[in-house]
Design a protein around this ligand. Structure first.
Ligand code: CTP
Length: 415
């Protein structure tokens, strides 16, 4: 049972927040509601009060008859400051629906009503379920504000596509359905299962210089590695990312070490691995590099052909695996082509001494390199777990669930 503070902003989909409150209570949670002034024009406080069994607050200067207590809790003797007491007790602050205006205020730290003041004072996990017209949703200002909240650790429950409130309009912007929002709330209040655990993630693709301007590289964008790092941080881990040439937005909760080449990747990963409990090696590391990079730009004039002599790089994963301490968990990635992917990955798992390897089928263009989605198989010594097609954030959850399972097994073995 958790205490959910439900912030309701103005929008036609506010009626779905009533259903969300009902589902949350049915699931055993206790719910208090705060509304913005415009939210009360869509759904009245009486509806929420009837469902939650607690007074609804809308104004910072209004006394809370329940004195900040959630249903089932004893009310304190004194009358506390409403927005501070509600968030102090809340296990989660869910803003559903979140209008473009409220999202902009949250991103900028404005505190001009009870709902936004409470958000600023809250240290509870924040879940934001936006709902608005599709043009407002797609506006770069809204997208930037949502990204700011996400990078600060908020869970964003993206709006779906469908019929919008205004007659005849169809697009992306309708509030996610209440069961989906409740699932996101449940995930956000789940115990920080990796608190105190040092997780090292490598991401992106290395670049090996040919001369002063050219390099041998690969198509890895770093999205999968960054999704893993963000999910580990959300689970409470201390996360370091060794990022090879990644130009994606960064989270304030994560420490990043930037590298370019396989040799730099090897140095940074070996150093980070000393203090790490978990290494997830999602980076695409070059297997070969030009044996002699020119200091200046190689000229075309006077050449019919140009041959590159390549020499092998160090296999970072195999090298750190050889130095591992008991209890450290090592996860690799395997980029494999079509049939036989899993058996080839299993061979890599054994050869590199890993606990798990995440297999990508790179023959498919809709997943893997430089896309937002992935579909993988997680291979461990004991089994092969297929992870269905989905956003990289979901695949990251599945990988970290396996990491947590492997850590529990390692604990048992080292005990
Ligand atoms: N890897 C590494 N150092 C390298 C090459 C790869 O640490 N020099 C890691 C990758 O980060 C990945 C795993 O090894 O986690 C498997 O990478 P992959 O390219 O699939 O395998 P390789 O061992 O390079 O074999 P091949 O390219 O021949 O399939």
């Amino acid at each position: 049972m958790a205490r959910i503070l439900l912030g309701v902003t103005g929008g036609i989909s506010a009626y779905k927040a009533v259903e969300l409150a009902r589902l949350a209570i049915k699931a055993g949670h206790s719910v208090r509601v705060v509304q913005t002034p415009s939210a009360t024009r869509f759904v009245g406080a009486a509806t929420f009060e009837g469902i939650t069994g607690a007074p609804v607050l809308g104004d910072e200067f209004e006394a809370d008859p329940a004195r900040g207590a959630f249903p089932g809790d004893p009310a304190p003797d004194h009358a506390p400051i409403a927005h501070l007491e509600l968030v102090r007790r809340a296990d989660c602050y869910a803003i559903v629906p979140a209008s473009a205006n409220t999202i902009a205020k949250l991103a900028n730290g404005l505190a001009d009503n009870l709902l936004t003041s409470a958000a600023l004072a809250s240290t509870a996990p924040l879940v934001v379920a936006p709902a608005m017209n599709d043009k407002m949703w797609r506006h770069p200002a809204t997208q930037a504000n949502v990204e700011t909240l996400r990078l600060r650790g908020a869970t964003i429950v993206p709006p779906g596509e469908g019929m919008l409130a205004s007659k005849g309009e169809w697009g992306e912007g309708r509030l996610a359905e209440p069961p989906e929002v409740l699932a996101a709330i449940d995930a956000a209040i789940a115990a920080p299962t990796l608190r105190g655990v040092h997780v090292l993630v490598t991401a992106g693709g290395t670049r090996e210089p040919i001369d002063s301007v050219r390099y041998v590289g690969n198509r890895s964008s770093g999205r999968m590695g960054f999704a893993l790092a963000e999910e580990a941080a959300r689970r409470g881990a201390d996360v370091t990312v060794v990022a090879a040439n990644v130009s994606l937005p960064r989270s304030h909760a994560i420490h990043y070490v930037d590298v370019e080449t396989a040799a730099e990747m090897e140095r940074a990963t070996t150093e980070g691995f000393e203090h790490a409990d978990v290494l997830v090696m999602a980076a695409a590391v070059a297997d070969f590099r030009p044996s002699a990079a020119a200091d200046t730009k190689i000229k075309k004039a006077g050449r019919d052909r140009l041959e590159l002599d390549l020499e092998p790089t160090v296999d970072v994963l195999a090298s750190v695996s050889a130095q591992r301490r008991p209890g450290q968990v090592l996860v690799g990635f395997a980029a494999e082509h079509g049939a036989g992917a899993v058996s080839s990955a299993r061979e890599k798992l054994q050869r590199k001494g890993l606990d798990a390897i995440v297999v990508n089928d790179i023959s498919r263009s809709d997943i893997g390199f430089d896309t937002d989605a992935n579909e993988v198989t997680i291979v461990t010594a004991g089994d092969d777990q297929p992870v269905p097609f989905g956003p990289k954030a979901e695949v990251a959850c599945a990988v970290l669930d396996v990491v947590e399972r492997l850590r529990r097994t390692a604990d048992i073995e080292t005990a």
